[in-house]
Design a protein around this ligand. Structure first.
Ligand SMILES: Cc1cc2nc3c(=O)[nH]c(=O)nc-3n(C[C@H](O)[C@H](O)[C@H](O)COP(=O)(O)O)c2cc1C
Length: 380
């Protein structure tokens, strides 16, 4: 079994990009990832961030549905506290039908307090526990809606129902039946985003046997995510499978190590980190994990440290070696989920990197539980 490659599109567009440019870049990226052989593309949902300027990931997916062939799409994530579960259940069902099954559903609690505030959640309620309670209630309502059986539920956060449908006795009755917006295949595959060290989301994913999705924020956090997920998964009677775990990371593959490093330091990725992500990572404590892994002071962690020691950057051989080394330290995962950046002005280095990742790197990664693959065995 080969490592799967995924693209995650937050999309880290530099401020000043228009909605049309962001939308266009989303569709272009989906076409390129599909052609390169990527298994999935995940698209974020944010109401507040200028660098993360997609409020409705489903719009890009709908446009891309017509121009892609095999790649699967997922919102990563639809933020369940931010909308009525019935409306969202129908959007999801309909889109998964439009994509004829090339769809899975990412759910999340929402990362940014400003976005929660816009949706009426404020003060002490902006915490993991409260938001996660909302996620659980929303999910249980969506599951009921997808079943299409009569219910009425009065919840803590939302009320919802599905009406009793009268049996159609005549041809005329048939014309008034309820439209079926349930997901392709009845129930979508669900993925849950986990971020914090004691992640309630990873617990939910384990309990419900959903796909766990993390952002790489250092070895301790990643190992803890897997522990929380596995404990809950085993307790609920399932067998945890590391190959279902998808982890987002900054990865850039060039023809040589020097070219790849220069591109990341001086191109759109470096620009985004210097202007936006490094300050955010400091605020969310993400630098602490990376600094601890490499025995440095978090304040000394700058772009070059990240490029050399944390990100996976280099020629295909180097990227294979760095990924295998990382996997040997943390147990590995199944989908190498590459964080997308703003190459709108000149996509060629980025699309070349995606091609190399899918074709020259992924087949040579040793998946959890597999014997180490050599370059020769892959080539043969
Ligand atoms: C891969 C990934 C993608 C995410 N995408 C979004 C997003 O699109 N919008 C958002 O507000 N938060 C996003 N988040 C953050 C989640 O909404 C949420 O804050 C986080 O998963 C909560 O995790 P916890 O239960 O571990 O505290 C994402 C997190 C991860 C790991």
């Amino acid at each position: 079994m080969a490592m799967e490659t995924g693209l995650i599109f937050h999309p880290y567009m530099r401020p000043g990009r228009t909605a049309r440019q962001t939308f266009d870049w989303g569709v272009q990226s989906s076409i390129a990832a599909d052609k390169a052989g990527f298994t999935s593309m995940m698209i974020s949902e944010h109401a507040s961030q200028i660098w993360e300027n997609i409020p409705n990931p489903e719009l890009i997916m709908a446009a891309a549905a017509l121009q892609t062939k095999t790649i699967k799409f997922a919102p990563m994530a639809h933020l369940l506290p931010h909308q009525h579960p019935t409306k969202l259940a129908m959007t999801i069902g309909w889109l998964s039908q439009i994509l004829e099954g090339r769809y899975f559903l990412g759910i999340g609690a929402g990362a940014y307090p400003a976005a929660s505030y816009m949706h009426g959640i404020r003060g002490d309620d902006i915490n993991s526990k409260h938001l996660n309670d909302m996620v659980r209630e929303s999910l249980s309502i969506m599951e009921k809606i997808w079943k299409r059986e009569p219910f009425f539920y009065e919840g803590k956060y939302w009320d919802a129902g599905f009406p009793e449908e009268e049996v159609a006795l005549t041809e005329e009755d048939e014309q008034h039946k309820l439209a079926d917006f349930s997901p392709w295949g009845g129930f979508p595959e669900v993925a849950v985003t986990g971020f914090s060290m004691e992640s309630p989301s990873m617990r939910l994913a384990g309990e419900k046997n959903f796909k766990p999705v993390s952002i790489y924020s250092g070895l301790d956090a990643l190992k803890r995510h897997w522990e929380i997920y596995s404990e809950a998964n085993i307790k609920a009677g399932f067998t945890p499978d590391r190959q279902r775990h998808a982890v987002s990371h900054t990865i850039f593959v060039g023809d040589t190590d020097a070219e790849a490093k220069k591109e990341v330091m001086e191109g759109p990725i470096g620009y985004c980190f210097n202007k936006y992500l490094i300050p955010i990572w400091r605020r969310f404590g993400m630098m602490d994990g990376f600094a601890k892994d490499h025995g440095i002071d978090p304040l000394a962690a700058d772009l070059e440290f990240l490029v050399d020691r944390v990100f996976i950057v280099g020629s295909p051989d180097t990227v294979v070696e760095k990924t295998n080394e990382l996997f040997s330290k943390c147990g590995g995962w199944g989908t190498l989920q590459i964080e997308s950046h703003d190459y709108y002005d000149d996509p060629s280095p980025w699309f070349h990197s995606l091609e190399l990742a899918a074709k020259e790197v992924a087949p040579r990664i040793t998946l959890p539980g597999e014997p180490v693959a050599s370059k020769e065995t892959v080539a043969a």
